[in-house]
Design a binder for this molecule. Structure first.
Ligand code: G3H
Ligand code: 13P
Ligand code: ZN
Length: 331
């Protein structure tokens, strides 16, 4: 039997994006695969009074089991009440690649889905996205489409090079498909290895600055579809202190540079209403776990290292909500 997200106490993204667009901030979209990640996201968003999009990728569904993840999101609604602040929660499918997967998620309680047809031809992308929109809207579920390709790894799909979104296509795509938001490609990429130091320049303070995002493309898109909610994927900043900590405690992460937080702040003030962050959380958890285990080699109670990992993740997300996305206080 199908379950509606409304029965679970979740909301779709429609109203949240309208408020974020008008208010000059972005809603955080954080990926989760396990209990500690979910606890950290919810605690951080409750403490900063931020609306939140809980993202589940198909990789997460394979890893943690779709039924368990969905019921965890249901539990999330009860948990935030218990914490004393009923923040709006969206349960979103990240990078859905088929109609069938989107339908399965819609039928099982997701309030929002992404259909990522960006790897298909323009015509096929429209056809697939439109089909998902028709089904989703009949169930009150919002849909994110994508135009342009981000470099990096998305589940099993590896795109070596990015293709920027073509502003001349957005109006046509949005009107033909009926999507509620649009993910665009302006120079961000998936994963922790976004830019090598060799691709960056040093500023006066010696900080490595990657090639500028194509804000000109974003502005052109805003002109063509004024007020339409835009989504930015691949928005981890790869905090250097956390990468250093991973490597200090036995890790071997490459020298890598992410998206500067000031650029994300700038994007959040524009038509960008949703910012996707996953890799930074992975690095924060790994650093904390490595530290505990390196300093306490005799430790074998998972709570002793997953607890600090959860705390570090919560701190990171609070910082993002307050200082980067501007979503704090908006719930
Ligand atoms: O964009 C991809 C997200 O970071 C999810 O990653 O597919 O490895 O779960 P995943
Ligand atoms: P990052 O890999 O930069 O965290 O991006 C995550 C993302 O876009 C999820 O859809
Ligand atoms: Zn993504």
């Amino acid at each position: 039997m199908a379950t509606s997200y409304k029965e679970l106490g979740l909301v779709n993204s429609k109203e949240l994006f309208a408020k974020a667009g008008a208010g000059g901030y972005a809603i955080p979209a954080y990926n989760f695969n396990n209990l500690e990640q979910l606890q950290a996201i919810l605690q951080a968003c409750v403490e900063t009074k931020s609306p939140v999009i809980l993202q589940v990728s198909s990789g997460a569904r394979k890893y943690a089991n779709a039924t368990l993840l969905r019921n965890m999101a249901k539990g999330a609604v009860e948990y935030v009440k218990e914490l004393g602040c009923e923040i709006p929660i969206v349960l979103h499918l990240d990078h859905g690649d088929t109609f069938e997967l989107c339908k399965e998620c819609i039928d099982s309680g997701f309030s929002s889905v992404m259909i990522d047809g960006s790897h298909h031809s323009y015509e096929k992308n429209i056809e697939l996205t439109k089909r998902v929109v028709e089904y989703a809207h009949a169930h009150g579920v919002t849909v994110e489409g994508e135009l342009g390709v981000l470099a990096g790894i998305e589940d099993d799909v590896v795109a070596e090079h990015s293709t920027y979104t073509r502003p001349e296509e957005v109006e046509d795509f949005v009107s033909k498909t009926g999507v509620d938001s649009l993910a665009i490609s302006i120079g961000t990429s998936h994963g922790a290895n976004k830019f090598t130091p060799a691709q960056c320049e040093r500023n006066e303070e010696g900080i490595l600055i990657p090639p500028m995002l194509r804000f000109d493309i974003l502005e052109e898109i805003e002109k063509r579809i004024p007020g339409f909610p835009i989504v930015l994927h691949g928005s981890s900043s790869v905090p250097q202190d956390l990468v250093k900590e991973v490597n200090e405690y036995g890790g071997k992460m490459k020298d890598t540079v992410g998206i500067p937080e000031e650029w994300l702040r700038r994007a959040a003030k524009s038509a960008v209403c949703k910012i996707n962050i996953d890799s930074d959380g992975r690095i924060a958890m790994t650093a904390a776990i490595r530290k505990v285990l390196a300093e306490n080699p005799g430790e074998f109670d998972p709570r002793k290292y997953l607890g600090p990992a959860r705390d570090s993740l919560k701190k990171l997300y609070m910082h993002k909500n307050i200082n980067v996305l501007g979503s704090a206080g908006q719930a």
